[in-house]
Design a protein around this ligand. Structure first.
Ligand code: NAD
Length: 435
């Protein structure tokens, strides 16, 4: 019997080798993956294949600092999977970047792309550094050398980076330029999230927040709530949180609380979100000192009596303890991994609808896909076209996840994992295992 036949026969496989589930973000991903894999009765061989990253690249990045000294930074690029297409995922610059975190984020990208049905696999990058302590010149040299070290990994048909925490369109422009210099041609499809003047897509900056808005409205609709009667609290007032707050306010929601690293800001009558966005622009990127609101702690914000809570800051914010006090009916996860697995259990028992990260914040990668398509066609869409297609994809993904969850009588999170793992596993089954 040819090997391929055996690959799909569970009986030829021993139980998967135990995976080191240390207490880390990768474990949080694996806990959800395991539940979905069981529902799908995933072939143990596929299980082993899909829960491990395909490639983990570690690079040393020497940078001549402004002082003339050389500092060597450590960077990573993890390709989790590319069964559905080239791998896609952001690059994060932060002092606490770890390979485990990058592995988890890369896997989430695989599931996220599959949920919204864009033909990409999952990847993520990170560099251990503190960009706040670095000059623009140092950041540029770091970015260019990181790119040069990964020239054989990146490519419009191979692996396509994008911005993530502490990286932005300028950093994408440096990656594009470095890659293009080596390729001897301008290759703008090698990154997404770049400036519109360099082949970026209209609507990309707002896309993640817009996606959060679309799925929140879809969830409100399912539970029979009208946006105009709803109150919302948003944790994190960066790209995702501020745009989600602004767009939900435009839909009639009353945004009663927001927070950033400087603390929480509350107004029972609703905050003036456009004014707060303007304030951040002129106050070094934070709400520090904003006066038209009452102060609020992070914990108070997360447990406020609101209809919708949007965690849009960072991982592990809604813990088991916080979950017990959560009063929101709907949580729309703008951030990646804001809810711990233990908190999920509590929220499920309380009947809180959690729109999971791999669905709720997938608007960003969806418009990144649009950007890559536009670059490759050399034909750029209007903002209306981008937004209309984004809304359609997000609504379709929400409906698919909702129905999958209903069919298996599980949470939306497990529904999203089931839907995406099924899609990737099916592609893997059709492709077969190359030997
Ligand atoms: P950002 O850097 O623009 O904003 C982060 C915000 O969170 C800032 O306002 C910061 O002050 C705030 N913050 C940080 N720590 C906080 C804390 N302890 N309490 C309250 N606020 C805190 O980042 P972003 O692009 O908005 O990303 C936020 C999250 O969304 C991350 O998890 C990111 O991975 C995820 N995400 C972003 C995108 C995107 O397109 N930007 C796409 C998908 C997922």
């Amino acid at each position: 019997m040819p090997f391929k036949q055996d690959v799909y026969n569970r009986s030829v496989y021993r139980e998967p080798a135990p995976i080191d589930h240390a207490a880390d973000p990768f474990q949080a991903m694996m806990e959800r993956f395991d539940v979905a894999a069981e529902i799908l009765e995933l072939n143990p061989g596929f299980y082993e294949y899909l829960c491990r990253p395909a490639h983990v690249h570690t690079v040393s990045i020497p940078v001549v600092m402004d002082t003339g000294h050389i500092r060597v930074f450590e960077g990573y690029r993890v390709i989790h999977n590319n069964v559905l297409g080239p791998s896609k995922g952001g690059i994060r610059y932060a002092p606490d970047v770890s390979v485990s975190e990058v592995k988890a984020l890369a896997a989430w990208m695989t599931w996220k792309c599959a949920v919204v049905d864009v033909p990409f696999g999952g990847a993520k990058g990170g560099v251990i550094c503190n960009p706040r302590d670095m000059s623009p010149g140092e950041l540029e040299r770091l970015t260019r050398r990181y790119t040069a070290n990964l020239l054989d990994v990146f490519g419009p048909d191979r692996d396509i980076p994008a911005p993530d925490m502490n990286t932005n369109d300028q950093i994408m422009a440096w990656i594009l330029d470095t890659y293009s210099m080596h390729a001897r041609r301008t290759e703008n499809a090698v990154v997404t999230g770049k400036p519109v003047g360099l082949g970026g897509s209209r609507g990309r900056t707002e896309a993640t927040g817009r996606g959060v808005m679309t799925v929140t409205l879809a969830a409100l609709d399912r539970v029979g709530l009208d946006a105009a009667d709803c109150t919302v609290a948003v944790q994190g007032f960066g790209n995702v949180g501020s745009i989600a707050a602004k767009l939900l306010a435009e839909q009639g929601c009353s945004i009663v609380a927001v927070s950033d690293v400087t603390g929480g800001y509350y107004n029972a009558d609703g905050l003036d979100i456009p004014a707060m966005i303007e304030y951040v622009k002129t106050h070094d990127g934070t709400l520090d000192g904003y006066e038209a609101a009452e102060p609020l702690t992070n914990e108070e914000l997360l447990t406020l009596d609101v209809d919708v809570l949007v965690p849009a800051a960072k991982e592990d914010q809604v813990t088991e303890e916080i979950a017990r006090d959560v009063q929101a009916k709907i949580i729309a996860e703008g951030a990646n991994g804001p809810t711990t697995p233990a908190a999920d259990t509590v929220l499920n028992e309380k009947g809180v609808i959690v729109i999971p990260d791999i669905l709720a914040n997938a608007g960003g990668v969806t418009v990144s896909y649009f950007e890559w398509v536009q670059d490759r066609q050399g034909y750029f869409w209007t903002l209306d076209r981008v937004n209309e297609r984004l809304d359609r994809i997000m609504t379709r993904a929400f409906d698919g996840v909702f129905e999958t969850a209903e069919t298996h009588d599980v949470s939306l999170r497990i529904g999203a994992y089931v839907m995406s793992i099924r899609k990737v596993a099916e592609a893997l089954r059709i492709r077969g295992i190359y030997a």
